[in-house]
Design a binder for this molecule. Structure first.
Ligand code: ADP
Ligand code: ADP
Length: 229
């Protein structure tokens, strides 16, 4: 479950400029695809189309053989989990923020997800910046910690497809390693589309697409791409 297929996908946000100029690729269920390329190449646009934030201008996108235009928004939200670059948190406890991924989850499941993402020690606190009735000041979370809240949310939701928009921001190496470990956990057994910046995910991907100005200019495994240099 979770196979993704792009068939000659074209897309433009506005009439002036085509952003994706015929993108085709196939990801079997459970495989990992990494999309690399310079800023502005269209990497994030691919994930937005998969989520159907926008509809394609040409071609089609299939999930498990079904055109995403024939799938309800609700099913898409169940099928796809996203760990974005910048996580926006709700005005409630970290536990609430994690549970948002699956409201019916038990307390134990929420704790287990938090533990895998290594944020279990502060799940009962509020993020800083949010008012509380008792006037308590919330906990200041670093970018890496916020990202781990999003990872915990995704672990709990366990969607067949996972989109990772990797942070380009300068996380320290220790945090980065911790986040990578949590992501390795959550991406196991699912189809994963990574907007990649870090070498580690690229090395592990089953398929790497090199995107430039809306076109795939190279594709292959890490070994293939090294051999072609
Ligand atoms: P990448 O993820 O590879 O950096 P994006 O997919 O974010 O690239 O963007 C591809 C191109 O589309 C860029 O030139 C960007 O400026 C443009 N773009 C992105 N979002 C919009 C939008 N909402 N409206 C118009 N142009 C956009
Ligand atoms: P990043 O590469 O940092 O993720 P994005 O390309 O995702 O940045 O853009 C951030 C936001 O700005 C998105 O919501 C995107 O839709 C919007 N955006 C990006 N480029 C344009 C553009 N040229 N015109 C209008 N909106 C844009």
């Amino acid at each position: 479950e979770g196979a993704i297929r792009f068939e000659d996908v074209r897309f433009h946000y506005d009439a002036e400029r085509e952003i994706l100029k015929g993108i085709s690729f196939d990801v079997p269920a459970g495989h990992t695809i990494a999309i690399v390329g310079p800023s502005g190449a269209g990497k994030s646009t691919i994930s937005r189309l998969l989520f159907r934030f926008y509809d394609v201008s040409g071609g089609r996108i299939l999930i498990d053989g079904q055109d995403v235009r024939d799938v309800t928004q609700e099913s898409l939200r169940h099928a796809i989990g996203m760990v974005p670059q910048d996580t926006v948190l709700f005005n409630d406890t970290i536990a609430y923020n994690i549970r948002y991924g699956r409201p019916d989850a038990t307390e134990e499941e929420v704790r287990a997800a938090a533990s895998m993402a290594q944020i279990d020690r502060f799940i009962e606190t509020l993020p800083q910046g949010f008012a509380t009735e008792v006037g308590e000041r919330g906990l200041k979370l670093s970018g890496g910690e916020k990202q781990r809240v999003a990872i915990a949310r995704t672990i709990l939701k366990a969607p067949p497809i996972l989109i990772l928009d990797e942070a380009t921001s300068a996380l320290d190496t220790h945090t980065e390693r911790e986040i990578q470990a949590a992501l390795d956990q959550v991406s196991r057994n699912r189809t994963t589309l990574v907007i990649a910046h870090r070498l580690s995910t690229v090395v592990n991907a089953d398929l790497i697409l090199v995107l430039e100005a809306g076109r795939i200019v190279e594709r292959g495994t890490h070994g293939d791409l090294l051999a072609s240099k």
